[in-house]
Design a protein. Structure first.
Length: 111
């Protein structure tokens, strides 16, 4: 943990992000490299009854690290996604879902 889920971005782009993302955030998030999970979720968006284009949507599941750190992480993730997509003005949604240590179990033991 932390766990990153990517939607509306290709599997290849998600794979490209996997190393620079951990490089950029490992120290800031205070986690070992092996603690990061990066997942690509294939998805289809709809609008008005038709398939629709969507912008990258990234969910970050983690323990709360405070607003300042969260803002920095969101900015860095947005920048990295734009780089990989080669679209400097790409809209990117980043959503944080915070775990409470007593609700997160690793091998049957909570943090």
């Amino acid at each position: 943990m932390p766990h990153f889920r990517f939607r509306a971005i290709s599997p290849e782009q998600t794979q490209q992000l996997s190393k620079p993302l951990v490089d950029a955030l490992q120290e800031q998030m205070g986690c070992a490299r092996g603690d990061f999970t990066i997942e690509h979720i294939p998805t289809t968006f709809f609008s008005e009854g038709e398939p629709a284009a969507a912008w990258p949507f990234i969910e970050i599941f983690c323990f709360d690290r405070g607003q300042v750190v969260q803002d920095e992480i969101a900015a860095r993730v947005t920048s990295l996604v734009r780089e990989v997509m080669n679209v400097p003005e790409q809209d990117v949604a980043v959503v944080f879902i915070h775990f409470r240590p007593e609700n997160y179990y690793d091998n049957g033991v909570h943090y």
